[in-house]
Design a protein around this ligand. Structure first.
Ligand SMILES: NC(=O)c1ccc[n+]([C@@H]2O[C@H](COP(=O)([O-])OP(=O)(O)OC[C@H]3O[C@@H](n4cnc5c(N)ncnc54)[C@H](OP(=O)(O)O)[C@@H]3O)[C@@H](O)[C@H]2O)c1
Length: 267
């Protein structure tokens, strides 16, 4: 979905920076696009230092950012710890999005009508933040980790939009089952089954990304929008609870503070 959005925005004349962990996929995209307005930055966004490095690169090359579209995610059957000692779904699916939004906020604020679009699973009420063990050290499961990441992104949108200094409109977007991302599943049997299901039931990628492409030209007026497959999500839903959003933001700030302090025992 990220690639399709990038290509569509390039066709509309934007300057686009794409971030991904695969050099080969990045190179393939650059040659497919054949457009000098596209830059590819290779980075492992599950690493805090790598997120900070790409942000520094963007700051060096741009005075303003009109749109930040957040797609990166990867499903891991087994618990993986990142270089920062964090559970990888938390680090990639949620924390990288938290950091990109906050570190790029000065450049977003410098744009005339900035928008952040967080592509996850808003509207889904399954799962939640496992407050007593956010890093899932005791009972890891890929579905549990993905659902926690999804609910964390819901709360991230609420917390971002609550900050008066953020000019960017925040859009939480659930694209629904889409014909993308299947190749990322490590288990070949699950991959094959998902491919078959996707061929019959999933939305084509251009349909799923169409609203994303349009929001970049026309951000919604509200500080926070939540759209699940074309329909607005009720913002009084428990997954968009403001107190939980503030609690997660405080947990995240505290975590980052401890991880950035040299020699500190983390978590
Ligand atoms: N597809 C669906 O049915 C569906 C439904 C609901 C929600 N969503 C959500 O929509 C978003 C986009 O999904 P998609 O279907 O487009 O998935 P996708 O094709 O697997 O895209 C995910 C992207 O994340 C990048 N990525 C993975 N690990 C990374 C890392 N460590 N550092 C930097 N980039 C990394 C991958 O690029 P590299 O390989 O280059 O790293 C890939 O381009 C995800 O958040 C997903 O959960 C998808």
């Amino acid at each position: 979905m990220g690639r399709a959005t990038a290509l569509e925005r390039l066709a509309r004349g934007d300057r686009v920076t794409v971030i991904g962990s695969s050099e080969a996929k990045g190179r393939a995209l650059l040659s497919q696009a054949g457009n000098p307005n596209l830059r590819f930055l290779r980075a492992d966004l599950s690493s805090i230092a790598e997120v900070e490095r790409v942000v520094a690169d963007i700051v060096e090359h741009h005075d303003a950012v009109d749109a930040l579209a957040l797609f990166a995610n990867r499903v891991n059957p087994k618990r993986i710890e990142t270089v920062d000692g964090l559970e990888s779904s938390f680090a990639l699916y949620y924390l990288s999005r938290y950091l990109l939004g906050s570190l790029l906020s000065p450049l977003l604020n410098a744009a005339p009508a900035p928008v952040v679009i967080n592509i996850a699973g808003v509207g889904n009420t399954a799962g939640g933040i496992i407050w007593e063990d956010v890093q899932l050290t005791r009972k890891y499961g890929q579905v549990r980790a993905q659902l926690q990441g999804g609910r964390a992104n819901d709360l991230l949108g609420v917390a971002f939009a609550a900050q008066a200094e953020n000019k960017a409109r925040y859009v939480l977007y659930h694209p629904g089952f889409t014909r993308s991302g299947v190749d990322g599943y490590p288990n070949p049997v699950i991959r094959r089954v998902l491919k078959l299901l996707a061929a019959v039931f999933a939305r084509p990628v251009p349909d799923a990304v169409r609203p994303i492409v349009e929001w970049i030209d026309h951000p919604p007026p509200d500080p926070l929008s939540a759209i699940d497959r074309g329909k607005p999500v009720d913002k009084s839903l428990k997954t968009l609870n403001r107190a939980d959003a503030m609690r997660l933001a405080a947990y995240t700030e505290d975590l980052l503070h401890r991880l950035r302090r040299p020699g500190s025992p983390d978590r």
